[in-house]
Design a protein around this ligand. Structure first.
Ligand code: COA
Length: 336
């Protein structure tokens, strides 16, 4: 008898701040244009969290949205994983704070940092906690307040990022729902092409680093662009093979939302029709660890139980990879 426990996504939630930073506003802040941003990235607007609020606030809002829509008792949540690159504090993880704000009295939790691949990597960790039989309800949140680490005088980066949070509940599967298989990679050489150089243990904050604005995101966009296309395409093909799927078998692709051109080229290389590829970058920009769960939240009504989803991401590190999941029935019947 097959006694394997599968982990399924049984609920999704999300939160984006009300404040919209559109391309017209950015035109007044840096030397850029709506035409440049739209044609090079696909982004029209992004959300910005209000002053005084932190990543834990957005994570808590996404969790509350999920719990309110499903009626799951917050006391039943055993584990909370927050994938983020923008923790509230350098010391003191964000997960306990978010758990407190969301009213999760019985959850232990931790932060998970793999930049834009954070949610994807952590999905495998969260699934393992269920597959082992050790836990029955695990919440995984991808949340990033990118506006806290972006230099709004640098047109190379400030047009790309936004703030947001998405949450999924994982439970032992009662139907076909499952996190099937993963192909993940990392390459530490990537740090020279995308990082926040100062403020960590490698280079502490000094007057000089602040003057040089080395505590903000810096990147070589072209190198990241090429590596993202190659990495997402290669791991997608590998994970499809591991799952014995062809691209024809895939119902939906949920890609990291960094640049519409990256998404389009990956789709073309994989030979997957555009209609199957989920895109909301035009509204939120790149919300780092939040892009995948925000897509699952936005498009949940399109996914049917039994659908095969291919999730793929690329981010700082470099970190990248792909996962195949089978969509199960949601607790709220896929009603947002
Ligand atoms: N507005 C107007 N011009 C801009 C600009 C902006 N916001 N940002 C850059 N430019 C300029 C550059 O200065 C450059 O000018 P130059 O030719 O005079 O030097 C020109 O546009 C082309 O720059 P380039 O970097 O070649 O553009 P690109 O087509 O590669 O697009 C990115 C730039 C950043 C949009 C693209 O490389 C990208 O998306 N990379 C991946 C970034 C990413 O996803 N990072 C997050 C991690 S997942």
């Amino acid at each position: 008898m097959n006694t394997r426990i599968n982990a399924a996504i049984t609920a999704v939630g999300g939160y984006v701040p009300d404040t919209v930073l559109n391309n017209a506003k950015l035109e007044k802040m840096v030397d850029t244009s709506d035409e440049w941003i739209t044609s090079r990235t696909g982004i029209k607007e992004r959300r910005i969290l209000e002053a005084g609020k932190a990543t834990s606030d957005m994570a808590a809002m996404a969790i509350k949205n999920l719990l309110n829509n499903t009626g799951v008792n917050p006391d039943e949540i055993e584990v909370l994983i927050i994938a983020t690159s923008t923790p509230d504090h350098q010391l003191a993880p964000t997960a306990p704070l978010a758990a407190q704000k969301a009213g999760l009295k019985n959850a232990w939790g931790f932060d998970f940092n793999a930049a834009c691949s954070g949610f994807l990597y952590a999905l495998s960790v969260a699934a393992s906690l269920l597959e082992s039989g050790r836990h029955k309800k695990v919440l995984l949140v991808g949340a990033d307040k990118m506006s806290a680490i972006v230099n709004y005088e640098d047109r190379n980066t400030c047009v790309l990022f936004g703030d947001g949070a998405g949450a999924v509940l994982l439970e032992p599967s009662k139907d076909a729902g499952a996190v099937l298989d993963t192909v993940y990679r990392s390459d530490g050489n990537g740090v020279q092409f995308l990082s926040i150089p100062a403020g960590g243990s490698a280079e502490g904050t000094t007057e000089q680093t602040l003057l040089e604005k080395r505590h903000y995101v810096e990147q070589d966009g072209r190198t990241v662009f090429k590596n993202a296309i190659n990495g997402m395409t290669a791991t997608s093909m590998e994970v499809l093979e591991k799952c014995n799927f062809t691209t024809e078998d895939i119902d939906w692709v949920v890609p990291h939302q960094a640049n519409l051109r990256i998404i389009d080229v990956v789709g073309e290389k994989l030979g997957i029709a555009k209609e199957k590829i989920k895109v909301n970058i035009q509204r939120y920009g790149n919300t780092t660890a939040a892009t995948l769960p925000l897509c699952l939240w936005d498009f949940q009504n399109d996914f049917k139980p039994g659908d095969k989803l291919l999730l793929t991401a690329f981010g700082a590190g470099f970190t990248w990879g792909s996962t195949c999941i089978i969509w199960g029935g949601l607790r709220n019947n896929n009603k947002k």
